[in-house]
Write a protein that binds this ligand. Structure first.
Ligand SMILES: [Zn+2]
Length: 267
C-alpha cells in the first residue's frame, strides 16, 4: 500500500509506521514507539524495559481493505527509583479493548441511521461489542440543544411491569432524560436536568405532573394536550347524557342536545 495512504489512515501522532504485512485477511500496520523513555507514573523516575509484547488493535475500515489493524510493542517497565513495575499505556489505545478509541467512536457514528445488527455484520464484529461501543459514545454524538419546550409522558420499559417517564424536546424529538416509575418523584427526577431552561412543559392531565412541575420548574407554563382536554369534554357530555336519560327526558331531545354540543357551530 502507498505510504501516504497509510499515513492518512492512521492518524496517531507520535507513532511511526515502520512496516505493513498481511496475515490471512488481516492488514496489519506495524508502528514503532515514540523515542522518549516513559517515566514512572508514581515518582516520575527513570524506568528500564523489562519485557515487551506486541499487541494489535482494530483501527479502521475501508471498503476495499475491510478492517485493518495496528500493532505496537507494549512494554513492561520498572522504575529505577521506587522499583514499581508497570505496563506502559498510550492515550487512545485502551489496553483491554480490541479496537482503538477512534475506531470505537467511528463505529458508534456509523450506527446512526442503521441497526446495530447491520453494522456488526458489515464489520464482522460481535453484536454485543458494537452495542457496547454505541452506548458508550452515542451520548457525546447527540446535538447539544437548549430545549425550552419539552413534553413529558409515561411509557413502559416492559408493558404492564416497569413504567418510566420520558422528557423529550418537542422540536428535535430527542429524548432528553428518562426515569423509572411514574409517580411524582419519577417525574421530578426526569424533569430535573432541563428544569433551569425550560419555559413550556406539555403533558397529560395527571395530578402528579402538575405537582412535579410546581416543585421543579414553577415558572414554566403547563400546556395540556388537546387530546386529553377533548377527552374530558366527551366524558362530561356522556355523564350529562346519562343523567338526563335517567330523569325521564325523552330520548330524542337528549340525543339532539348531545349532537348540538359535539358539533361545530353552524354559521
Ligand atoms: Zn518510581
Amino acid at each position: 500500500m502507498p505510504s501516504q495512504f497509510i499515513k492518512d489512515l492512521i492518524t496517531l501522532p507520535g507513532f511511526l509506521i515502520h512496516g505493513e504485512r498481511k496475515e490471512g485477511e488481516r492488514w496489519i500496520f506495524e508502528l514503532s514507539l515514540p523515542p522518549h523513555c516513559p517515566i514512572c507514573p508514581t515518582c516520575f523516575g527513570r524506568t528500564i524495559k523489562m519485557s515487551s509484547k506486541r499487541k494489535q488493535w482494530i483501527h479502521g475500515y475501508t471498503n476495499t481493505v475491510g478492517l485493518f489493524w495496528i500493532e505496537l510493542p507494549i512494554e513492561r517497565r520498572r522504575c529505577q527509583a521506587c522499583s514499581l513495575t508497570f505496563t506502559v499505556s498510550y492515550p487512545g489505545l485502551p489496553s483491554h479493548s480490541i479496537a482503538t478509541e477512534s475506531f470505537q467512536q467511528w463505529v458508534a457514528q456509523l450506527c446512526i441511521g442503521k441497526t446495530i445488527q447491520e453494522v456488526a455484520r458489515l464489520l464482522q464484529l460481535a453484536y454485543t461489542t458494537v452495542e457496547r461501543w454505541f452506548y458508550q459514545y452515542a451520548p457525546a454524538l447527540l446535538p447539544t440543544s437548549n430545549p425550552t419546550v419539552v413534553c413529558v409522558d409515561e411509557f413502559a420499559f416492559r408493558k404492564g411491569h416497569d413504567d418510566g417517564v420520558a422528557v423529550m424536546d418537542t422540536q428535535t424529538r430527542n429524548v432528553l432524560s428518562i426515569a423509572s416509575g411514574k409517580n411524582e418523584e419519577a417525574i421530578v427526577e426526569a424533569l430535573q436536568p432541563v428544569a433551569s431552561k425550560v419555559k413550556y412543559v406539555v403533558s397529560d392531565l395527571a395530578p402528579a405532573m402538575r405537582k412535579a412541575m410546581e416543585k421543579v420548574c414553577p415558572k414554566a407554563i403547563h400546556v395540556l394536550d388537546h387530546f386529553h382536554v377533548i377527552q374530558l369534554f366527551t366524558d362530561a357530555l356522556e355523564r350529562c347524557r346519562k343523567y338526563l336519560a335517567k330523569g325521564g327526558t325523552k330520548h330524542g331531545s337528549v340525543c339532539r342536545v348531545c349532537r348540538l354540543l359535539s358539533q361545530r357551530p353552524e354559521k
